[in-house]
Design a protein around this ligand. Structure first.
Ligand code: FAD
Length: 470
């Protein structure tokens, strides 16, 4: 029996077609997403042990016309991993495919299975004297399959690029159950259309990534971390340019923090150690990863001195120990938790051409002030032009009071972003949360090509139904 969309719910008939031992009990964690806005459903949960079992599960789902929702660590922020309505899907969890298959330290390559956490991959690289430089606050739970499927960015994308730039090859199961063996260790391979690039960022709508071949780098010899207080975001950008002029690619992170983030944390998370007694209106967290022979403290002092002289820096702290560096990073990485505890009216993961960032922050602030009494927490990966621009109720008011305003806030922010050549989803993806935004703001030719690709690779529409494309 099929529903109106032509897919069946996952149930006993499908269960009988699956390889022995792949089914597991669905637990609450499998159906939740970090922001708590969507609650998923699952007819069955399969956790295969190897790529052949994944292929067998997908073949069975294709035969039974059952939708598949691939699941990594469940940390995705756009609800791609949870399907709240439609015929109950089969959740395909990669939680039992966690092996680091191989490390070729001499080639700077690691082969990791999709269910390995990003932290486990980073630890394995470190064990071999290398660095896997993708770094997210969620890395203890987010998986290699998840970071590839969302093309995750994180704090070091400025220096090393997003997940796509760190992936040399992919092993995947396509929607018809065939296995794509493209787990290459090559840096050059111009042999036609690149399925690896298509599967990266596809959010589970074109196939299931089962393993990836990852690019490793030599870890920097010295790392320096500082917080510098800046007068405004424009000054922060000029400071970035100064830092890059002096230290080039050694600027590994450049994060903008508005005073609202630390203020929210002081309110909701008083036990967190804060570096400044009164949070400054704007500061940047700068990380330098330097080669042998360059002292991180001296480099940061030089940068601070240059910035002070140019009027770009007003105050600052250079981490004097690993612990202090970790505290600075902790402040930055706990900002989303502070936001969660306050409760946003609307959150935006946007990117803009770098030179547009300061004017956007001023103009969007003025626009929202005209719409109502709201607080803004703007922070993020400034070096990538990627802002997390989140809007909150005024002090003492409840977010439910803003229910009617939510849609217009989101629309107005995205409109302003798109008009300035930006993106309404910089690093989190489209998932289910931004399907309408993609339809509204996406280039029509690109959308048509995306639909054509989806129809060609997944004609039955079983892969993550309703995610990315309506
Ligand atoms: C505290 C916090 C901080 C974060 N910081 C960042 C950040 O700095 N930068 C950033 O980019 N993101 C960030 N994220 C978002 C999130 O961690 C990333 O999107 C991450 O890549 C998701 O990985 P996951 O394993 O949890 O995937 P999931 O949440 O399980 O899935 C995400 C999407 O990928 C699909 N998928 C998962 N595994 C596979 C697979 N093997 N094959 C095919 N499809 C698959 C799912 O169906 C879903 O559509 C953050 C999230 C949190 C909670």
């Amino acid at each position: 029996m099929t529903d109106g969309k032509g897919l069946n719910p996952a149930g006993p008939e499908l269960a009988a077609m699956l390889p022995q031992g792949v089914l597991r009990e669905v637990e609450p964690r499998h159906l939740e997403e970090p922001r708590g806005r969507y609650h998923g459903q699952a007819g069955l949960l399969a956790a295969p042990r190897n790529v052949e079992e994944v292929a067998a599960v997908v073949r069975a789902c294709a035969e039974a016309r059952v939708g598949i929702v691939p699941l990594g660590g469940g940390t995705g922020l756009v609800a791609g991993q949870v399907m709240p309505d439609g015929p109950a899907p089969l959740l395909l969890s990669l939680e039992r495919m966690t092996a680091i298959r191989d490390i070729h330290a001499d080639e700077n390559v690691m082969l990791a299975e999709a269910g390995a956490t990003l932290q486990a991959a980073r630890d394995a690289a470190q064990g071999a004297g290398r660095l896997f430089p993708l770094s997210l606050a969620s890395q203890g739970t987010a998986t290699i399959g998840g970071v590839m499927s969302t093309n995750a960015g994180g704090v070091n994308a400025l220096r090393y690029g997003t997940a796509r730039a760190l992936c040399l090859g992919i092993e995947a199961v396509m929607p018809d159950g065939r296995i794509l063996h493209d787990l290459k260790r090559l840096r050059k391979d111009n042999t036609g259309y690149d399925l690896r690039d298509l599967l990266i960022g596809a959010e589970g709508t074109l196939g299931i990534i089962t393993a990836a071949s990852l690019r490793l780098v030599q870890p920097p010899a010295g790392i320096g971390v500082a917080l510098m207080v800046v007068p405004d975001p424009g000054a922060a950008l000029r400071l970035l340019a100064q830092a890059q002029a002096r230290f080039g690619e050694c600027v590994t992170a450049f994060e903008l923090i508005s005073g609202q983030g630390p203020r929210f944390l002081a309110e909701t998370y008083p036990e967190l150690r804060q570096p400044f007694e009164t949070p400054p209106d704007w500061m940047v967290l700068i990380e330098l990863g330097l080669p042998d022979g360059l002292d991180p403290d001296t480099a940061l002092e030089t940068l601070f001195g240059d910035g002070l002289e140019a009027g770009l820096v007003m105050d600052g702290l250079i981490a004097q120990s690993g612990q202090q560096a970790a505290d600075f990073w902790r402040l930055r990485e706990e900002i989303p938790e502070g936001n969660r505890r306050i409760g946003a009216i609307s959150s935006h993961d946007i990117s803009l051409p770098l030179s547009e960032v300061p004017r956007f922050i001023t103009d969007a602030g003025a626009m929202l002030a005209a719409m109502g009494d709201m607080r803004i927490n703007c922070f993020g990966h400034l070096g990538d032009g990627n802002l997390h621009y989140n809007v909150f109720p005024a002090q003492g008011r409840d977010r439910a009071e803003y229910d009617e305003l939510r849609g217009s806030v989101q629309e107005a922010v995205h409109q302003m972003v798109v008009e300035r050549g930006g993106s309404f989803s910089a690093e989190h993806g489209v998932g289910r949360l931004k399907v309408r935004d993609l339809e509204r703001w996406g280039d029509p030719v690109r959308l048509a090509a995306m639909r054509g690709i989806k129809a060609a690779l997944d004609p039955l529409g079983i892969m993550n139904p309703g995610a990315v494309l309506a």
